[in-house]
Design a protein around this ligand. Structure first.
Ligand code: MG
Length: 202
């Protein structure tokens, strides 16, 4: 049971995907800490943070909290209530933090307010589970994949959100990195679960 009503957390992760993600994460969390890229207001963080709490490990939650391209003023997914007038920019960190406090996950989640590349620069910790749900530009998706995929432990899982095999359904970069992972020889892919790509590290 999740610690809060998940519908009260802003975000784009459908419930059935969140639950699937949590189930897979729970099955590998004994191998080490978890990491997600692209926390936004903390919806996936609640699912995965709760897994970390249950498994007595940690979730590292990476997000620069400036919003992706599609969240900026005038763009399709802009949310006016997340525009921080004191900083004059989009800012999801306050809302994210509120989610962690409400869900009582402060002890189980380590927020990292940084870009993926910045956070990964001196990273040294093998991970049981990596969830990539960051920016959907090719550049951002590739950086996330190249930075974090190598840290997934044998038997661990790399999960990628918004994988659309049909280009008419959505942007390509998450699909492209899912393909890269599949052809890397390092991962075995499970059949897509909606738009969730689950790859097990061999
Ligand atoms: Mg997503």
């Amino acid at each position: 049971m999740l610690p809060i009503d998940i519908d009260s957390v802003k975000g784009f992760l459908p419930k059935h995907e969140g639950e699937h993600l949590a189930k897979i994460a729970m099955s590998v969390a004994h191998l080490g800490p978890l990491l997600e890229v692209g926390s936004y207001c903390g919806k996936s963080t609640v699912y995965l943070g709760y897994v970390a709490k249950t498994a007595n490990t940690l979730l590292y939650a990476i997000d620069h909290h400036k919003g992706s391209e599609e969240h900026q003023v005038g763009e399709e997914y802009h949310d006016e209530s997340l525009f921080d007038t004191s900083l004059n920019r989009f800012n999801t960190f306050n809302e994210f933090r509120r989610t962690l406090i409400r869900a009582e996950l402060e002890e189980s989640v380590v927020p990292i307010v940084a870009s993926s590349a910045q956070a990964g620069r001196f990273w040294q910790t093998p991970l049981s589970f990596v969830f990539i749900d960051g920016g959907h530009s090719m550049d951002a998706a590739l950086t996330d994949y190249r930075t974090w995929a190598p840290w997934v432990k044998k038997g661990g899982v790399l999960a990628i959100h918004d994988v659309f095999p049909n280009p008419e359904d959505g942007g390509r970069p998450p699909f492209e990195i899912w393909q890269l992972a599949k052809s890397s020889g390092l991962f075995e892919a499970e059949p897509l679960f909606n738009t969730l790509g689950i790859l097990r590290r061999l």
